[in-house]
Design a protein around this ligand. Structure first.
Ligand SMILES: Cc1ncc(COP(=O)(O)O)c(C=O)c1O
Length: 383
């Protein structure tokens, strides 16, 4: 038989999604893949049923149902302060997952270089490889996960076509400050680089930190392809709804990529989620407060284990240092932990270039009772 493509042979299956299967195999509490174990707002579930009853079963307009784009444009404009034209500046996608690869394919050609902070959400390097582009990693340095300005400049100067900015960041929980973002913006301007933002955790930010939308920085709206999702904000990771928001010229290209990749996001759910976008702003504040409480429950147990971790400023993950256990492989450790401790993490190496085996990532998008049950099990790591 002929060989399968070289391109698809150079990355592995997602370690994150694999750990969900490992958790199921061992009956472990799943703190690996980032999804909630609670339901979305009840009015949203009802809206889903209503959309089905109303016969919304066929393809929506490929770049998004008009009602949804109208609601999204209003919501994005309200939060970013940058007006969005629903007709020309948005494409609705199957989650931020599709949004990111659409954005990258829209601006990158084979041979281009794409900058990423490291640790990074594992999809980005696979996205770059699928585009025929080369990922260029720029380290974020623990314990604060800040970047070194010279290292970042060197990456930009190496000839980047695009820079991926995950903010708030998965896995390390950074919420970049306006000063840091301003620095990235000045390099993007100087070296004429596109910025692809992944802002799926825009509403999960813990005080005193505040989310700054990159597109809201002076001059940046025109060079930003803002990707986000309804998965995390409305606890509907299985609905597969996200979007790219960018200037009309860019979106005209992105729509074609999206159309040929997936045609469209699920039609009935596009209609249903309009209800969620109509929730008052208090919804978003309550979401952040709920996640702050979840974070504190999990960190309370981690404190008792004595393991070192990086306190998240946003998103719903915490990176824990497992070096005291002396495992050469964090993957082996993660499987052991799922089997013997009964809690499934993600091996940290999923987020780094090969050779980093020091971390696991735990997610706290769970009900308090799940976090307490997991926490009690985690206490066994003290020994
Ligand atoms: C940073 C980041 N981007 C994108 C996604 C995927 O989002 P979606 O469900 O909208 O595809 C995730 C999911 O964990 C994520 O953490």
């Amino acid at each position: 038989m002929p060989r399968t493509s070289q391109r698809t042979s150079v990355f592995t299956e997602s370690l994150i999604r694999e750990m969900t299967r490992v958790a199921q195999r061992h009956g472990a509490i799943n703190l690996s893949q980032g999804f909630p174990d609670f339901d979305p707002p009840p009015e949203l579930v009802q809206a889903g049923k209503d959309a089905m009853d109303a016969g919304r079963h066929q393809y929506a307009i490929t770049w998004g149902a008009p009602e949804l784009r109208r609601a999204l444009a209003a919501k994005i404009g309200r939060f970013t302060g940058v007006p969005v034209d629903e007709a020309s500046e948005l494409v609705v996608t199957c989650g931020a997952t599709e949004a990111m690869i659409v954005a990258m394919m829209t601006v990158c050609d084979p041979g281009d270089r794409v900058g990423l902070f490291c640790p990074f959400y594992e999809n980005y390097s696979a996205d770059a490889i699928l585009c025929g582009a080369t990922p260029v990693l720029v380290p974020l340095h623990p314990p604060g996960y800040g970047f070194d300005r010279d290292e970042l400049r060197r990456a930009f100067a190496s000839g980047l076509k695009a820079f991926v900015l995950c903010n708030p960041s998965n896995p390390c929980g950074r919420v970049f400050t306006p000063a840091e973002l301003g620095h990235i913006a000045s390099l993007a301007e100087e070296y004429d680089v596109w910025v692809l933002t992944d802002e799926v955790y825009e509403h999960i930010v813990f005080p005193p930190h505040r989310h700054t939308y990159f597109s809201s920085l002076p001059g940046m709206a025109a060079r930003t392809l803002m990707c986000s999702s309804l998965s995390k904000t409305f606890s509907i990771t299985g609905w597969r709804l996200g979007y790219v928001c960018a200037s009309a010229d860019v979106i005209a290209q992105a729509r074609k990529v999206h159309d040929f990749l997936t045609v469209g996001a699920p039609a009935p759910l596009q209609h249903a989620v309009v209800t969620a976008l109509g929730l008052p702003d208090g919804y978003y504040a309550a979401l952040a407060e709920k996640y702050a409480r979840s974070r504190d429950i999990l960190l309370g147990y981690l404190d008792q284990t004595g393991l070192a971790y990086i306190r998240p400023e946003g998103a719903y993950f915490v990176m824990v240092d497992i070096s005291p256990f002396g495992y050469a492989s964090d993957i082996e450790f993660s499987h052991w932990m799922a089997r013997e401790i009964g809690v499934a993490p993600v091996p940290g190496s999923s987020f780094f270039a090969p050779g980093e085996n020091r971390y696991i990532r735990l997610n706290f998008a769970k009900r308090p009772e799940t976090l307490h049950a997991a926490g009690e099990r985690l206490l066994r790591l003290r020994a």
